[in-house]
Design a protein. Sequence first.
Length: 578
Amino acid sequence: MATPTSSNTSFGGLAKRLVNEGLVDAAAMQKALIESQREQASLISYLVTNKIAKAAQVAWLMADEFGDPLLDLDCLDLDLIPKENFDEKIVKQYNVLPIFKRGKRLFVAMGDPTRLDAIDAIRFNTGLSVETVVVEQDRLLKLIDKILESNSKNDMTGLDDDLENLDITGGEEDPNKKDSGTTSAEDDAPIVKYINKILLDAIKMGASDLHFEPYEKSYRIRFRMDGVLREHTRPPVQLSGKLAARLKVMSQMDISERRLPQDGRIKLKLSKTRAIDFRVNSLPTLFGEKLCLRILDPSSAMLGIDALGYEPEQKALFMAALDKPQGMLLITGPTGSGKTVSLYTGLNILNTEETNIATAEDPVEINLEGINQVNVNVKVGLTFAVALKAFLRQDPDIIMLGEIRDLETAEIAVKAAQTGHMVLSTLHTNSAPETLTRLRNMGVPSFNIATSVNLVIAQRLGRRLCSACKIPMDIPKASLLEMGFTESDLAQNFTLYQPVGCDQCRDGYKGRVGIYEVMKVTPRIARIIMEEGNSIEIADASRAEGFPDLRRSGLVKVMSGITSLQEMDRITGVDASH
């Protein structure tokens, strides 16, 4: 128990009692009040998520404070949950769960009964009076995730039986596009069912990309799962043309054009509340058209910063950069490293009634309510630079550019960051220090880089070890030191794990976690930039300032048992043999 201090008199209500009861230290509470407001999170959620207070103790105290019943979630009968009052959007937004209905009264499980906005939203949505029941916040979040995952699977179970009649629409119609007409693929029911089944399989299996690949004597379909491509099936090569035609019809492409790459979009409606978008690209190859589909799930943008895998110090730097009224926040990494999710997570935090946010993307991947999103269209002259110039005449507070590709865009972005705007964008570089030298190589003056860039984040996505089958491994101390571990690391007596593989995972891994290098542009680093220092000098200064690089951040995940050394070596480009 923490010892109460005399400073607790500065707190009010629940915060004061948490300190008086010794559940939270006064200094920690002061910081939690400030940080929770900045992150637009409730105090209770912040305390429990950041492990400042134990969920069980907080739940007991709140039940006593507000006179609400305290429920053990293990005793909850999920069959009693009133499905007609289960609004997925409200459940996810407020972290609440309707658990029982009696007459005109709806009993709702909450980890934080101080959320009056949640109670009002439920009352307005259902027309019922709301009775709150206190539960442990962390266990409630796990149960909500479990129910939503189960609902998602149930949504798709019924679809398997009616593969011909799935609700599928393409992207917006291009008025200049030729009429695609009708092809045999449209009328070919087996092809329709086959493609629909492939799309549903990809969603169920958690794939991020689908590849339809024609070769001279074979045809294969591969899924990218947890960052690794795996062959899913091999349909007859004779179907190559029909499969390509069907996908192009679904994504509103011109099926008569087979010589040039094309872009399209497919929307697959799984239920009344859930739809998945696919970004589609066709590429003419030697033996037919290869099509690549990127799955765009809007729910991935609503994960929240705590789900992304930042270490506490890195999260604090990210939040501090978002809190600045102006400057640039740059995110870098290869394709598929999660840059878009990080950007959208930041935008969600910034998206309030008081802010005017505009984005230029190629293309817009996820639609966000309250944000003005623009699709870049080079064919008609709508480039990132043109969109950015237009934004500056639209009284913006925050600007997001999908990517800084050229000097003109970079110069306008820098000018915007220096004149009172927050600018978020991405570049394709390998590390945070290289991002700063890349801007200089583009032609941006060193002084402008040093005075406009606030924070650079380099990131990768690593596969998580399956908790059901991972086993400990023993590596000699000398080898660990060679791999980058320090003597102080080894003194912690951590356990290294290796993948095995079981019926709950793929090759010993299940899901992915972000690995980050978060570098603040400090006065020391700014001075090196202005002195035309190279990326090696900037990296040395970054480490000296206490900002761990990607490798070091990965080793922290390894020590925590989240991932394996083999996976860390794969994504950071280090030879595992050493």
